[in-house]
Design a protein around this ligand. Structure first.
Ligand code: SF4
Ligand code: SF4
Length: 266
């Protein structure tokens, strides 16, 4: 299924060790000073997106960091899109979570939890624990479509808080093998040797694109090297133009795909 990932902010509050945030900030700053997507722009961008494209609230930052996130989510739902959330819950209050309870039940939620080994930098304060507990409460005995994961093991502060994590039953991503280089945009993980010849994407590319606050659309969620990966801008291009451009990107001589764990030589 085609999808569009919504990046609500440039500069994710979480700054995880396996995410090239500083590279994105540096590259984006060359093009725009609009670091947060506003609701009006979001509506313009979405007007270009066909209804069979799934809207993923994820992208290159924690979506709930955006102060308009709830309103954007409600608008996308009212417009009839299928929604998926990839979230850490960082910055989200319990009250704001419950404002979209009805939408959560008809979407998919992938929850990333803080770990004991410092891979994620999610701030585990009272607000975070209250929101997480509210989500667990929603899941308890219900059909809430949520899967959760963490690197290594769930952070001890969560376990000590008494929140019933067995209800979420998080998957442990147990070691470094799960860390990818994001097209060799990270140098603290194993690098990918360039793949020559014809390659294809095994990760849904080129139909999983990423929208940024200024309307730029990137090839995919590996495109932290940004300026070489722009496939269009929703202020200037329609979806078909952007989609066509994406198809030409994978087999460029030095495309990011040639250095990506998700590509295969054919
Ligand atoms: S929460 Fe996601 S987008 Fe934010 S720093 Fe971590 S991996 Fe990157
Ligand atoms: S091969 Fe990698 S970089 Fe290329 S589209 Fe697929 S996931 Fe993105």
């Amino acid at each position: 299924m085609k999808s569009l990932e919504i990046t609500g902010n440039i500069g994710c509050i979480n700054q995880c060790t396996f995410c090239p945030q500083s590279l994105l900030i540096r590259e984006y700053s060359k093009r725009s000073n609009k670091y947060e997507m506003n609701l009006e722009d979001f509506k313009i961008y979405l007007s270009k997106v066909p209804k069979d494209v799934q809207i993923d609230f994820s992208g290159m930052s924690e979506i709930f960091q955006n102060k308009n996130a709830i309103e954007m989510i409600r608008y996308a739902d009212e417009e009839g899109y299928s929604l998926v959330f990839y979230t850490t819950l960082a910055t989200l209050s319990k009250d704001r979570l419950l404002e979209i309870e009805d939408i959560l039940f008809k979407s998919q939620i992938i929850l990333h939890l803080p770990d004991n080994d410092g891979y994620t930098k999610i701030n585990i304060d009272d607000r975070y624990l209250e929101t997480l507990n509210a989500l667990v409460f929603l899941k308890f005995g219900s059909s809430l479509p949520i899967v959760s994961n963490t690197y290594t093991t769930v952070h001890e502060k969560i376990i000590e808080s008494g929140i019933r994590m067995e209800i979420l039953n998080p998957i442990s991503l147990v070691n470094n093998d799960f860390l990818i280089s994001r097209g060799n945009n990270l140098d603290n993980v194993k690098q990918v040797i360039k793949k020559e010849g014809n390659i294809i994407c095994q990760n849904g590319g080129p139909n999983h694109n990423v929208l940024l606050p200024n309307g730029d659309v990137l090839l995919c969620c590996m495109s932290y090297n940004y300026t070489t990966e722009i496939i269009g801008n929703f202020l200037e291009n329609n979806y078909e133009e952007i989609s066509s451009k994406a198809k030409t990107m994978i087999n460029r001589p030095n495309s990011i795909c040639r250095f990506c764990e998700k590509s295969t030589m054919i």
